[in-house]
Write a protein that binds this ligand. Structure first.
Ligand code: F6P
Length: 343
């Protein structure tokens, strides 16, 4: 019986379990055996696996996170990592591998297709929605719904206390979470990494709003946004195995600056990992399910080196290389719509 391996790598997100469930259900229907590789590429380096059968994936559809665990391990940065991955792939008797991840995990998958493991298929995930070649990644819808609910809650307390509240959201170097949760939550200003922050303009907009009688404002800022002068605020300078710095802190800096320049009392709320946790929305459950079924079809049809993707309302497949070629950043047409409501 042919054997498919599946792993989830990088930051977790809601919708991973629906993918795992769909892969197992579809693969078993097609007569495959399925092996879960634990904790992303780390599990393939260590041959840490679990047999996935019907009972193992039963009841996981509404569960956030990933039952397989995840890590930010890059086998190309580990001593003997590549050799171990190649050896274990053979030792486990895998005929194909489904890699579920963002740009880092899929970047490794793409390289491995040229480094002795050609039978790989990708599934795109990330709350950041920054992968090119797919209109949406699952996890994003849940994240923006959670962030929107938080912005709604912050509205009522900001209004009661006549304060400005700066809300820092995730999204790495793309402003998708900020722009979409900001529009949905009725933010008065939205700041994204794609456009440097002009602090004078931010304060002017707040003063203009307060000038027409409003006594509170909500400012949504993406963690990757930078001030115009280029002073990016980082919590720490250390980089992970994929070369990423850990972002965060821009909200606090911005809040201090706004209070200093406008004289309005300001508070800062960093939403952090709350955006990544919890049960997936119906949209993410369905997208994850569709991607999972598609991934098994790609394996069945030997369309390796491909990734499941969403194009409009349709599930298509694209080259893995395409998916990781460039970052998908915020569409300026959407930003222009958000701007209508600034100030
Ligand atoms: O890529 C998803 C993401 O949540 C980013 O939005 C954020 O910058 C990063 O991961 C946080 O990573 P970690 O969970 O390692 O702190």
């Amino acid at each position: 019986m042919a054997k498919i391996g599946i792993l989830t790598g990088g930051g977790d997100c809601p919708g991973l379990n629906p993918v795992i469930r769909a892969v197992v259900r579809k693969a078993l229907n097609e007569g495959y055996e399925v092996v879960g590789i634990k904790n992303g590429w780390k599990g393939l380096i260590e041959a840490d696996t679990v047999k996935l059968d019907l009972s193992y994936v039963s009841g996981i559809l509404p569960k956030g996170g990933t039952i397989l665990g995840t890590s930010r391990t890059n086998p190309y940065k580990k001593e003997d990592g590549l050799r171990k991955v190649q050896e274990n792939y053979k030792k486990l008797g895998l005929d194909a591998l489904i890699a579920v991840g963002g740009e880092d995990t899929l970047g490794v998958a793409s390289k491995l297709t040229k480094d002795g493991i050609p039978n790989i298929v990708g599934v795109p995930k990330t709350i950041d929605n920054d992968l090119s070649a797919t209109d949406y990644t699952f996890g994003f819808d849940t994240a923006i719904n959670t962030a929107t609910e938080c912005i709604d809650r912050l509205h009522t307390t900001a209004e009661s206390h006549h304060r400005i509240i700066v809300v820092e959201v995730m999204g790495r170097h793309a402003g998708w979470i900020a722009i979409e949760s900001g529009i949905a939550g009725g933010a008065d200003i939205i700041l994204i990494p794609e456009l440097p922050i002009d602090i004078e303009e931010v304060c002017m907009l707040i003063k203009k709003r307060h000038g027409r009688g409003k006594t509170f404002s909500i400012v949504v800022v993406a963690e990757g946004a930078q001030f115009k002068e280029g002073t990016m605020v980082l919590q720490e300078q250390a980089r992970d195995e994929f070369g990423h710095v850990r972002l965060g802190g821009i909200g606090e800096r911005l809040g201090q600056e706004i209070e200093k320049r406008t004289g309005f009392e300001t508070r800062v709320s960093v939403l952090g990992h709350i955006q990544r946790g919890g049960t997936p929305t119906a949209f993410d459950r369905i997208l994850g399910t569709r991607f999972g079924v598609k991934a098994v079809e790609l394996v069945k049809n030997k369309k390796f080196g491909r990734m499941a993707a969403l194009s409009g309302m349709k599930i298509i497949d694209v080259a893995l290389e395409e998916a990781v070629k460039e970052l998908k950043t915020v569409d300026m047409d959407l930003y222009d719509i958000a701007k209508v409501f600034f100030g």
